[in-house]
Design a protein around this ligand. Sequence first.
Ligand code: PEP
Ligand code: MN
Length: 398
Amino acid sequence: MDSAVTPTAPAGSRRARQQPPWPDGDELAEVEAELAARPGLVTEGECTALRDALARASRGEALVLQAGDCAERFADAAPAAVDRRAEYLYSLADAMSTASGLPVVPLGRMAGQYAKPRSAESETRADGVRLPVYRGDAVNGPEAEPSARSCDPRRLLAAYDHAAAVLGRVRATWPGRPAGRRLYVSHEGLLCAYESPLVRRGADGSHASSAHSVWIGDRTRALDGWHVGWAAGLGNPVGVKLGPSITPAEAVRLSHVLNPAGVEGRLLFIVRLGAGPARRLLPGLVAEVARRGAPVVWLCDPLHGNTWRLRSGRKTRPVEAVRDEVSVFARIVRAHRQWPAGLHLETTPEDVTECVSAPDRTPVPALRVDFPRYTSACDPRLNPGQTAGVLARFAESL
Ligand code: PEP
Ligand code: MN
């Protein structure tokens, strides 16, 4: 491994946030050993090809569309379901390309988006029963039953198998496409027990063999935490989500820790501030990173900062705020002579009713909506029509 990318503290001695309460016993260690013995899911060469494509985006010669489900389900690995998502992501990338006049790199939230960070450990069922939270198919099941919610280490092996099936199907779409316009795969690198054993040595150092690109969530981006230490040692393009608690100084430090050699296309800063906070916080963030930071690819996730919890307990997102945040993002990043390189979206080809239209800043509790087709296992996704509106607004704002 290149010593320049060795994290200052070994990942093993750092605190890992958001890990599931795995059962006591030997099973987890056995699963980790089995994952370590399996072939890598992606090759180092594929990760390098993605990094080159992202480098073009960082120079303003291309855009990035990172998109897919909030929580991918194992059942979504069925061939027809993968084909449908792959075609959808290619069609969104084409639409973005037509609207902007630039090539678009499609990067799926798929083939491993099976682990979720959660803000609470448990939740209350309608009948008052407390249940551990759903943490993604790699950990437990979403059904509102105590048995489904217990954490099962063997699900990590199932996650690998389903990711392999999805990737096989995605690779079948590659022939005939230039390397920069293939559908690459990415997920949140959350579970140490999955990611650690899948780190592999290649000709150019270590890489995560679990996906072409992995990102660190807003809840796990502590500079001294396990996730940053892990990601710092990888050769893959890596992302980090930046929520409203980020400070400009911290963002600068993250950029150096995660991109110590200053490689173009290596580090994605995925900002998810919310439309209002973005106006206040983004100028200082972009200015400081541009002045003192390592090179980053600026992406906007306009969904996670614009989430409302309704009285019913449902989460939704107003599409007006989502569109607003992408244009605020593009305007502010450009005002600092940096390139707004693209979007990170939770979206599905299904005609779901999960995000809502709430014009004129409708107050949250006043919102009375039916959600007849709410099928997300976690956060609300944009449907195709809503997504088209967000892409159009972004392209206009460039
Ligand atoms: C997500 O992308 O689903 C997610 C949990 O995001 P964040 O880390 O930005 O909250
Ligand atoms: Mn989400």
